[in-house]
Ligand binder design. Structure first.
Ligand SMILES: Cc1cc2nc3c(=O)[nH]c(=O)nc-3n(C[C@H](O)[C@H](O)[C@H](O)COP(=O)(O)OP(=O)(O)OC[C@H]3O[C@@H](n4cnc5c(N)ncnc54)[C@H](O)[C@@H]3O)c2cc1C
Length: 488
């Protein structure tokens, strides 16, 4: 019989340092806390499952398990869905008279997760296990930002960001940042001194932690077709260190895809290797005035955009399946499958679009400016439903994340809240001339064009032996798109 210990359920908070819920559990149970992660096999069949992203996730979990073992705890990896996993686990622990006294997790805001968490919480209560949930991966939670009534969410970014920044200045929120940043101190402690930070393992509870993580990794790796980058908080901080020197230039460089002018934090944020609060602290981001267009303020705004899209998904969960603006839920898309395949393969005959799609396929990431260009091109030039593009991005992006992905797609397709108006249609030729004038980015990912003069990359290429002519004519498609949005 083992008493007075806690279980922490890891989901998208895959780190120890500055992990709010884990820390509270640790405090309340004097270090007697064990971790668990439940992987649902049904997830493998989900349409938004990505082999490459899953590998990044598994690698992060393996690192987390090692770290927890080094500091005196452990991570149990269960490969059945949480409902069954926790039912079985609790009944085993009950038999042994060893139920935990506290179960913690950090809050997740996706519609699917909210339903799941409610049911797990009820299950815990049925076993009389105390449940506590915490804020972690967002700095300010969606329910904390509202207009005049708690039930009223913001549909427009600027007033949302004003309200968000108002909250940001409050002591309570500043404390959140300080508390999470305190986790960095732990990272600098010598290994010896943290060896016994935690004081309990699954073995103490008579539960054998089978190393099936390695098994999953081996199986999954067979299908991985890109290089999986380094993962975990330490890797995130290494990247952030490199980016720190470029922060002042962020405003000017963030739109140039041939330059590494952005932080590449998104894949770390996605699985909680790092949090918004930790980035804010590390980069010294602070309240900015309306007209501030410094690199710092511009970067901070992007972080707030991320929080905004979570806010939208939380308030209007239907956006996961349909247009935010109901009038655009039944647009008459052309949905030409051949064109969709060419878009995916980077063979549309529009060099900037093809470079972006090939970057995505080869690396699992795509520059934000190019994401906007390829999304606009798919919806307003090829007249293909934004949901097809959203799905393909989820299949391929290492940072694929429902809230910002859905927000980005609905923004580009003009179906979302605070989206660009439908008549604002990117011209792919002028976009490429403006943001990749020397064709450096295009030539990197479309090597068959590497010997072409830069100016020839921003106009239709009609007679190249290895590169296709444009599959559509932009000016014609633009008119068709306008008609579609006007329901003509
Ligand atoms: C069609 C489309 C799909 C997208 N899909 C995703 C996705 O699946 N996952 C994802 O994390 N981001 C997505 N974005 C937003 C953005 O492209 C990425 O967050 C960004 O490119 C990540 O690179 P970075 O970390 O270097 O960004 P940085 O420029 O360094 O920005 C720092 C952080 O701010 C946030 N951020 C930056 N730009 C945006 C934005 N436009 N919207 C919301 N948050 C932003 C991200 O968390 C990012 O890591 C999408 C954008 C578009 C237009």
């Amino acid at each position: 019989m083992v008493e007075n210990y806690g279980i922490h359920w890891f989901r998208r908070d895959l780190r120890v340092a500055g992990n709010n819920a884990l820390q509270q559990n640790w405090k309340e149970n004097n270090g007697r806390v064990v971790g668990v992660f439940c992987f649902d096999r049904a997830f493998l069949a989900r349409p938004d499952f990505s082999v490459n992203r899953f590998q990044l996730f598994i690698n992060t979990l393996i690192g987390l398990q090692e770290e927890l073992r080094e500091i005196g705890s452990d991570l149990l990896f269960l490969d059945v869905g949480p409902e069954k996993a926790f039912k079985d686990l609790l009944s085993k622990l009950k038999e042994k008279g060893s139920l935990p006294r506290l179960f913690t997790c950090n809050r997740d805001y996706e519609p699917f997760s909210r339903v799941r968490d409610k049911s797990i919480s009820e299950l815990m209560k049925a076993y009389e296990v105390k449940v506590q949930t915490y804020r972690d991966h967002l700095l300010i939670e969606p329910h904390e930002v509202f207009r005049s009534k708690v039930t009223e969410g913001y549909k427009v970014f600027t007033p949302f960001s004003r309200k968000w920044l108002e909250a940001f200045r409050k002591d309570d929120v500043q404390n959140r940042i300080k508390i999470q940043a305190k986790g960095f101190e732990y990272l600098n402690l010598p290994k010896k001194s943290v060896k016994n930070l935690f004081k309990m393992t699954w073995l103490d509870l008579g539960i054998k932690s089978v190393d099936n993580l390695e098994k999953y990794s081996k199986e999954n790796k067979k299908n991985v077709d890109i290089e999986i980058p380094e993962c975990g908080l330490r890797a995130a901080l290494k990247k952030l260190d490199e980016f720190k020197d470029k922060l002042d230039e962020y405003k000017n460089k963030r739109d140039i895809p041939s330059v590494l002018g952005t932080s590449k934090m998104s894949m770390f944020l996605k699985n909680g290797s790092i949090t918004t609060s930790q980035i804010i602290y590390y980069l010294g981001l602070n309240f900015y005035e309306k007209k501030d267009d410094s690199g710092k303020a511009t970067y901070f705004k992007e972080i707030i955009w991320r929080e905004f899209y979570y806010h939208v998904l939380y308030r209007w969960p239907q956006v996961e399946h349909t247009a935010f603006q109901p009038k655009y839920s039944d647009l008459k898309w052309g949905n030409n499958k051949k064109w969709f395949e060419k878009w995916k393969k980077g063979k549309t005959g529009f060099p900037i679009v093809d470079a972006g799609m090939r970057e995505l396929k080869q690396t699992g990431w795509m520059h934000n400016r190019v994401r906007m260009i390829v999304a606009s091109f798919l919806t307003k030039d090829l007249l293909i439903d934004w949901k097809w593009g959203e799905q393909y991005f989820m299949d391929t992006l290492l940072d694929g994340d429902l809230a910002p992905n859905n927000g980005g797609w609905q923004w580009a397709a003009s179906t979302g809240c605070d989206a660009q108006p439908y008549f604002r249609i990117f011209n792919p030729w002028s976009q490429s001339k403006r943001f990749d004038p020397d064709g450096e980015y295009i030539k990197k990912y479309v090597p068959e064009l590497s010997t072409l003069e830069a100016k020839k990359l921003h106009v239709p290429i009609l007679d190249h032996p290895d590169y296709p002519p444009p599959i559509v004519e932009h000016s014609v498609q633009r008119q068709l798109a306008l008609k579609m949005y006007k329901f003509e």
